[in-house]
Design a binder for this molecule. Structure first.
Ligand code: 16G
Ligand code: ZN
Length: 528
């Protein structure tokens, strides 16, 4: 390592004093003006990780659904997954190191991880549409080059597109071509083949209104539109030409306020969806004839997808192990429906995509979604190979089902939850099953629920177990929650410290909205 060069560049990316940084559930995320030194240092770290894994590593500059003034950065590991936890700690350490300690920290990491410093390094970079993103990604590049790493800057990408690129580059093109055209071609080919099989017709089936949160999703969907031919006609709203990123729109706004985004006109029963700011989350919704808003969240998306996959397997005559992975936020009725009606095993993990992703890898087919709309489906290598073989061999109904499954596998982005890919999967399933958005919504009825956040002096006083469903500390809190829950019907509640904000989150559900509201309120009082 050329420490002289590192120091020379590092002073150009000085660390603001008095701030503590942590690589959290979604990487580093904060006001953009505090992030320059972190970007530079993540460039350095990406080079070390690339040398150690002998693979291409990704760096994504985005703050997802946060306000436009914020920004953030995440590293992407070789197969397109989130950075390994031990490296998250190195990231935190490096971000907080004083100038004079940088050298020691870099050497420490290299020694602990037996990084061969002579090894070549390659880093790919993507960024969202925030005004601060371009300059910050230049700081990443500065960090990469000063350590002698090579790089490719993809420029504007959705987060899942960058995950896809990393995965393609490390699997010798087997997953797809590591270009934006490669991404569009892979997805659109699968989508067009699927929708060719669909019997339903008519404009109302083909048209979909998409709220793009004034973010990168709009740009990328516009680029992709002509690849989709007649299969789908999307009408984009909040496409970034007027409004502010994530302001009163996008998947996070729609899910947390349970109302339509601004800037979108919705006629009754029209099928609509919202992406978040970096297009890795999606929720659907519609307004009924009485003007009532109906949200179709990640839980219902997981239900639609897993029931469709199960039906295909029955048609094909294959008995594979399908599992659904959720978090504590999953609506109780979704879990009940999956387990009792669909007879699918359901597992619960801690919040944060990496936990769900990891669990979903245990199954032949693992479908994972957070209620907030972040998720995808994973297929084991053996399943992929088997389905390809069956699609070539089987005929008639079985053959048709195997071909559909093969295309559905291609349509999912298995590297990361992807709003564009998930949207196409959902649209294909609805078309193939001739389902309206109302019929989909009617699979089960969500239990009324409420989420609150509570500001406390130190959120770390709360620790949890059982996938965040039980509080361990402070003593007595879980007992208090249990007593409150007993007062209501069909009720459930939990508290957990947020991984992205300095708050405690409270979730409650019960048989009526009044009960859910009051349970959430009572639990939030018990937190103090
Ligand atoms: C991050 C996570 C998201 C999770 C959220 C919870 C990723 C890519 N994103 O945004 O999955 O739902 O954090 O935030 O893992 P919280 O800890 O503040 O509730
Ligand atoms: Zn996001």
């Amino acid at each position: 390592m050329d420490f002289g060069a590192i120091t020379k560049h590092s002073v150009l990316h000085a660390k603001p004093s008095g701030l503590l940084f942590q690589y959290g559930t979604a990487g580093f995320r904060m006001k953009a003006e505090h992030l320059d030194h972190i970007m530079f240092r993540m460039g350095l770290l990406a080079v070390l990780r690339s040398k150690q894994t002998k693979s291409t590593i990704g760096v994504m500059v985005t703050a997802s659904h946060n306000p436009e003034e914020d920004n953030g950065v995440k590293l992407v590991d070789p197969l397109g997954e989130m950075l390994a936890p031990s490296w998250e700690e190195y990231a935190t350490c490096l971000a907080n190191a004083e100038e004079e300690d940088m050298q020691r920290v870099l050497i420490d990491i290299s020694e602990k991880e037996a990084v061969d410093l002579q090894q070549d390094a390659f880093v790919v970079i993507g960024r969202d549409t925030r005004p601060s993103s371009e300059k910050l990604s230049q700081s990443v590049i500065d960090g990469v080059t000063v350590l002698g790493g090579q790089f490719h800057d993809y420029g504007l990408l959705t987060t899942p597109q960058l995950h896809y690129m990393v995965c393609c580059r490390n699997t010798s093109g087997l997953y797809g071509m590591a270009t934006i055209e490669g991404y569009y071609q892979k997805l659109s080919k699968a989508f067009v083949e699927l929708t060719k099989q669909a019997s339903r017709s008519g404009d109302e089936f083909r048209s979909l209104k998409v709220d793009c949160a004034n973010g990168i999703g709009a740009l990328k969907l516009k680029e992709m539109e002509h690849y989709l031919s007649q299969g789908l006609s999307v009408q984009l709203f909040n496409d970034g030409t007027k409004g502010k990123l994530n302001h009163l729109c996008g998947a996070d706004f729609v899910k947390s306020h349970q109302k339509p985004p601004q800037g979108m006109e919705i006629k009754s029963n029209e099928r609509c969806c919202s992406f978040d700011g970096d297009a890795d989350r999606i929720v659907y919704y519609y307004c009924d004839a009485d003007g009532h808003f109906h949200l179709i969240d990640g839980d219902k998306i997981a239900t639609l997808i897993s029931s469709f996959l199960k039906e295909l397997l029955v048609e094909i005559g294959e008995n594979l192990n399908v599992g659904v992975v959720q978090t504590a936020y999953a609506n109780g009725n979704s879990t009940r429906y999956l387990e009792e009606v669909m007879k699918v095993p359901v597992y619960c993990t801690k919040t944060g995509v990496k936990h769900l992703h990891h669990k979903a890898q245990e199954f032949d087919i693992g479908v994972y979604f957070e209620a907030n709309g972040h998720g995808t489906a994973l297929f084991s290598k053996a399943v992929e190979d088997k389905v390809k073989q069956l699609a070539g061999e089987l005929e008639d109904k079985k053959g048709k089902a195997a071909k559909i499954l093969r295309n559905i596998i291609d349509l999912f982005n298995q590297a990361a939850g992807d709003a564009i890919a998930d949207m196409l999967v959902i649209e294909a399933i609805l078309a193939l099953k001739s389902l309206t958005v109302q019929q989909w919504d009617a699979l089960y009825t969500d239990l009324p629920n409420r989420q609150l956040k509570v500001k406390v002096a130190d959120r770390k006083v709360i620790s949890t177990t059982d996938a965040e469903r039980q509080a361990v500390t402070p003593p007595g809190l879980q007992e208090a929650i249990n007593d409150l829950v007993k007062k209501y019907r069909l009720s459930r509640a939990f508290v957990r410290p947020s991984g992205t904000e300095d708050v405690i989150r409270v979730y409650a559900e019960a048989d009526s909205q009044e009960s859910a509201d009051s349970l959430a309120h009572e639990v939030s009082l018990a937190v103090f």
